[in-house]
Design a protein around this ligand. Structure first.
Ligand SMILES: Cc1ncc(COP(=O)(O)O)c(C=O)c1O
Length: 356
């Protein structure tokens, strides 16, 4: 009898047992108030929406492989050269490109935890090694991270789930203490009103990843980019897919990025509501980590994070329950519109009343 064919015999051994990254739920039905994946609650810039309508002719041809128009606008906004930027299909792809470029089997990556869970998946895919070190209770970096001697150190700034953020002088000190490549993941940095992008001039080992998913309200578009010195950017262009960003996303991202007035207005609204949410949660007895992002990390003294999450879900409100171990279990709640936040707080009020 011939042996039956099994893909497991052909899939590379280190990928056979891999569990892919599980993003937050994206319900396809129902009328959920969706505060679980840090999307922006407002519509994108009208310039971005107009660019979609005008993009018909663009779709006939292949896109600009390096997204020149976007890099020019982003370079002006961030005060860097367009040659210091490479674009990707969301910042997730940009992170994957860096991992693919820098880490071979057995090479070490390091980060402080808890943080963005995708890092581990990307390192596993590559067959590389990783070490994580617990953030200190005040969310400062653990000393061990500086001694890890990793080939890639990842720091989400602001961090998720904490929403905490190192300012630029702190970041300079951090980068100066890490001898190898350091990637600062700035998915939420606009909400903190800062960017380390211009520091790439001073630090050849620095990379800064950014996205249009959060502050530009374009999570569905999938557009992100990385800022670093030209030498690294050239390497990344060599290893990325030839058309990794489609014509529509380049046009929309460029229009969105050129509408800085929309961004300022949006940030003002989200930050105002972040304060409403922080205050409201504290009044309900949650311990709330002051946030510099578009979400709030909170924990209830009753330690009932999972049952609160379930109770909210049964009331059509989705937040993110996260369990990073006994001392780090909590809820990460995206800042919504004033109405969404009000409904959330009212429902939470009902739910926590019933907690002993
Ligand atoms: C810390 C962090 N980095 C990166 C990303 C990915 O963003 P993108 O939509 O650009 O892939 C996320 C998304 O939630 C995130 O939380």
């Amino acid at each position: 009898m011939t042996k039956s064919f099994q893909w497991a015999d052909y899939v590379r051994p280190h990928l056979r047992g891999l569990q892919g990254y599980v993003p937050g739920e994206q319900p396809q039905g129902g009328k959920f108030i969706k505060l679980n994946t840090n999307e922006n609650p407002y519509a994108p810039s009208s310039l971005a929406l107009a660019a979609i309508k005008e993009s018909g002719e663009r779709l006939r041809k292949y896109p600009d492989p390096t997204a020149t128009a976007f890099r020019q606008v982003a370079g002006q906004v961030l005060g860097v050269s367009p040659d210091q930027i490479v674009c990707g299909n969301g910042s997730d792809e940009v992170l994957a490109m860096v991992v693919r470029l820098c880490l071979g089997p057995e090479d070490l990556a390091a980060w402080a935890s808890p943080t963005y869970l995708l890092y581990e998946t990307l390192i596993r895919l590559q067959g590389a090694r990783w070490q994580t070190f617990r953030y200190r209770p005040d969310w400062s970096l653990p000393e061990e991270l500086f001694r890890a001697n990793a080939k890639l150190t990842l720091i989400a700034n602001p961090n998720s789930p904490s929403g905490t953020c190192f300012d630029l002088p702190q970041l300079r000190r951090i980068i100066e203490r890490i001898p190898g490549p350091v990637l600062i993941d700035e998915a939420y940095a606009d909400f903190a009103g800062q960017s380390a992008a211009s520091l790439v001039r001073d630090y050849p080992n620095l990379m800064v990843s950014r996205t249009l998913s959060k502050s530009y309200a374009l999570a569905g578009l999938r557009f992100g980019y990385l800022v670093a010195q030209e030498e690294l950017i050239r390497h990344l262009h060599n290893i990325r897919d030839s058309y990794n960003c489609d014509a529509l996303s380049i046009a929309v991202a460029t229009a969105a990025m050129s509408d800085q007035a929309w961004l300022r207005d949006n940030l003002r609204r989200v930050i105002e509501q972040r304060q409403v949410l922080e205050r409201g949660l504290a009044e309900l007895g949650f311990s709330v980590q002051p946030s510099q992002a578009n979400f709030v990390w909170c924990r209830h003294p009753g330690g009932q994070a999972q049952s609160i999450y379930m109770a909210l879900k049964s009331r059509q409100i989705l937040v993110r329950y996260m369990n990073y171990g006994p001392d780090a279990e909590g809820l990460r709640i995206t800042v919504g519109t004033p109405t969404q936040n009000q409904v959330l707080l009212e429902q939470l009020h009902q739910i926590v009343k019933s907690i002993p």
